[in-house]
Design a protein around this ligand. Structure first.
Ligand code: IPE
Ligand code: IPE
Ligand code: MG
Length: 245
């Protein structure tokens, strides 16, 4: 049976959920935040060590400015209201992404939430805000350039482990399972490096309809997956035996 240390979720489908009800897309975002709260709580109760939520991508800045403004307002409200609750749940909050692109009041909330929860020992919650996998990798190259200026590297020291230290997820293991809601079967610039051997679970459910039963169903499905990491399953027969037969 597989053990799950890190769950990552692309919370998609808020706009379509609202449109189906002839409501503005933002109504879907409001409901989406409610579901995110429930799922965070459930994952913490289920003792999942790491949860990463894709909440706003670098590309989402290209949406109509009214939608972006409302998303920012919701995010601000969420952080302000929820940080004490997250703290009480012993959750450690980390934010991945280009936070300098976010409005100042949100950056302030992010800094105070991270600061308040930094010594917590329960679930680690990574919130991806203004995040994209490619910009994370681009940033890693910049960090490498700066380090190399201080002290030039031997090329042998550039290993996968070293590259991992330059990524924002440093300290978080690669996701074991990635869930995407809303029927889209793509990764939309999420955790490009980290998803190398992640199991994917796609569901047609729109994020505002996602619930704990479906979370549990995804976790059960994950348990039945055969993870091989490029190797072969052990069949009980060794190659030597087969050769001598
Ligand atoms: C996900 O829902 C939330 C964000 C990307 C911020 P969408 O807003 O992408 O909803 P759809 O995919 O258009 O239905
Ligand atoms: C991915 O969803 C980003 C988030 C859920 C935050 P999008 O709705 O932005 O992705 P695409 O445009 O369908 O690929
Ligand atoms: Mg979408």
């Amino acid at each position: 049976m597989n053990s799950l240390r890190h769950l990552a979720i692309i919370m998609d489908g808020n706009g379509r959920w609202a449109q189906k009800r002839n409501r503005p897309r933002t109504v879907g975002h409001v409901q989406g935040v409610r579901i995110a709260k429930k799922i965070i709580r459930a994952c913490s109760d289920l003792k999942i060590p790491f949860l990463t939520l894709y909440a706003f991508s670098s590309e989402n800045w290209g949406r109509p400015s009214a939608e972006v403004a409302i998303l920012m307002r919701l995010l601000h409200k969420y952080l302000k209201r929820e940080k004490e609750n997250l703290h009480k749940l012993n959750i450690k909050v980390q934010v991945l992404g280009q936070i300098e692109r976010l409005p100042e009041d949100i950056v302030k909330e992010i800094v105070s939430t991270m600061d308040l929860t930094k010594s917590n020992t329960g679930m680690v919650l990574n919130m991806c805000l203004s995040y994209s996998g490619r910009s994370e990798i681009t940033e890693a190259f910049k960090k490498f350039y700066d380090l190399n200026l201080e002290k030039p590297f031997n090329r042998e020291n550039i290993t996968q482990e070293f590259i991992q230290t330059l990524l924002e997820t440093h300290g978080t293991p690669d996701p074991d399972l990635m869930i995407r809601t809303s029927g889209e079967k793509r990764i939309s610039n999420f955790l490009l490096w980290q998803l190398a051997y992640t199991e994917f679970y796609f569901t047609d459910t729109l994020w505002p309809d996602f619930n704990i039963d479906e979370l549990v169903a995804a976790l059960h499905d994950f348990k039945t997956r055969q993870r091989r990491f490029g190797s072969v399953e052990s069949s009980g027969h060794s190659h030597e035996n087969q050769l001598s037969e």
